[in-house]
Design a protein around this ligand. Structure first.
Ligand SMILES: C[S@@+](CC[C@H](N)C(=O)[O-])C[C@H]1O[C@@H](n2cnc3c(N)ncnc32)[C@H](O)[C@@H]1O
Length: 247
């Protein structure tokens, strides 16, 4: 993967994956109300959900990510919404977190736990959550059994760790969390803030990279992801899991 081209394609998109404010809110409302919660948003990206979390709560939110241009994008938004007092960003990897143990009431991760792995993330992040605190993530998941071969093979190639809701619920229990609720993000969570702007960007990038085989290959891969989503989104998607640490 040529990351320079990848980040050129993905630069300044409103989101870097599926999601919408209303689904951030739906997941957030599964958590009992906490006064001034301390929230960590892991893999915040450009951070539309970080801003939404700040608006839904009266707490302090820290967004961490390793791609500085996404963090800069979030910082701009923080200023625009006058949230500087409550939203902080840190350029930090999820593999290298050194927060105080038991510091956060809530850990949030939209579309980013796959980077460390669903089970590993649940295990590693638990120590940073207060006793009886909360973890909310959404993760690419099979939502219907027996997917057609074309889409099954595709996911085996790009993310073989993709699992089913039932298996993830078992992992949640095994890792010492109680599930408060889960739901698949509806198809509209993919379009307005991610695939629509990405499709427009791909049109421009085809011109920019017309003489660059690596660029054209990456563009074709992104187009394939969107085409397969249109064809097969009944079988898979992002599923929000909202859970409570057992102690
Ligand atoms: C699919 S995007 C989701 C971004 C954001 N949550 C959203 O929904 O728009 C995954 C994010 O994880 C970030 N990321 C990748 N590796 C990371 C790491 N090791 N630690 C923290 N963030 C990472 C990427 O830069 C990207 O912003």
């Amino acid at each position: 993967m040529d990351w320079e081209i990848f980040f050129d394609i993905h630069k300044d998109l409103p989101r870097q994956g599926s999601g919408r404010d209303e689904y951030t809110q739906k997941a957030f409302e599964m958590i009992p109300k906490i006064k001034n919660p301390k929230i960590l948003d892991i893999g915040c990206g450009p951070g539309l959900q970080t801003i939404k979390l700040a608006k839904l709560s009266d707490g302090e939110i820290i967004g961490i990510d390793i791609h500085q241009p996404y963090i800069d994008q979030l910082e701009k938004n923080v200023k625009k919404h006058s949230l500087n007092q409550r939203v902080k960003t840190i350029n930090k990897s999820m593999f290298d977190m050194d927060f105080q143990e038991g510091h956060f009431d809530i850990i949030w991760a939209e579309g980013s736990i796959f980077i460390i792995g669903f089970e590993q993330g649940l295990k590693d992040w638990k120590k940073f959550i207060k006793p009886n605190g909360y973890l909310a993530v959404h993760e690419m998941t099979w939502i219907k059994n027996n997917p057609p071969k074309e889409i099954y093979d595709y996911w085996q190639q790009v993310y073989p760790a993709i699992s089913t809701i039932d298996k993830n619920l078992k992992i949640i229990d095994k890792c010492g969390y109680k599930i408060l609720g889960h739901f698949a993000l509806p198809e509209d969570a993919w379009w307005e803030f991610y695939y629509d702007p990405l499709q427009n960007r791909l049109k421009d990038m085809k011109v920019k990279y017309m003489n660059n085989p690596e660029g054209l290959e990456l563009i074709a891969e992104e187009e394939k992801e969107i085409d397969l989503f249109i064809k097969y989104n009944k079988w898979y998607g992002s599923v929000f899991y909202v859970m409570q640490k057992k102690s």
